[in-house]
Write a protein that binds this ligand. Structure first.
Ligand code: SF4
Length: 90
């Protein structure tokens, strides 16, 4: 079984910079009217507070690119099996 990762996007803290969509437009949609980003994957679980998504290792590199440009570091990525925080590193 390929490794999997858990993305937790702390949506309520989004400051609307839009950098995630700029870096990874196939993964993120930035809503200019609401000034908030959202995951494009239809499997993402969404509430007003946050969004969550499980991804395979094959998609990790692109998700990391999207997460790393977020100026407020609210796109968190964890190893699903071990719970280790992959991004952001403290
Ligand atoms: S880069 Fe971060 S703050 Fe900017 S829109 Fe994306 S999630 Fe929100």
């Amino acid at each position: 079984m390929p490794k999997q990762y858990h993305i937790i996007y702390r949506k309520k803290d989004c400051i609307g910079a839009g950098a995630c969509e700029f870096a990874a437009p196939e993964l993120w949609h930035y809503d200019k009217e609401k000034s908030i980003a959202t995951l494009k994957d239809p499997l993402a679980k969404k509430t007003d507070e946050q969004e969550e998504l499980i991804i395979d290792e094959a998609n990790l590199a692109r998700h990391l690119e999207g997460a790393q440009v977020c100026p407020v570091s609210i796109i968190e990525i964890y190893d699903l099996e071990t719970g280790e925080k992959i991004h952001p590193k403290e």
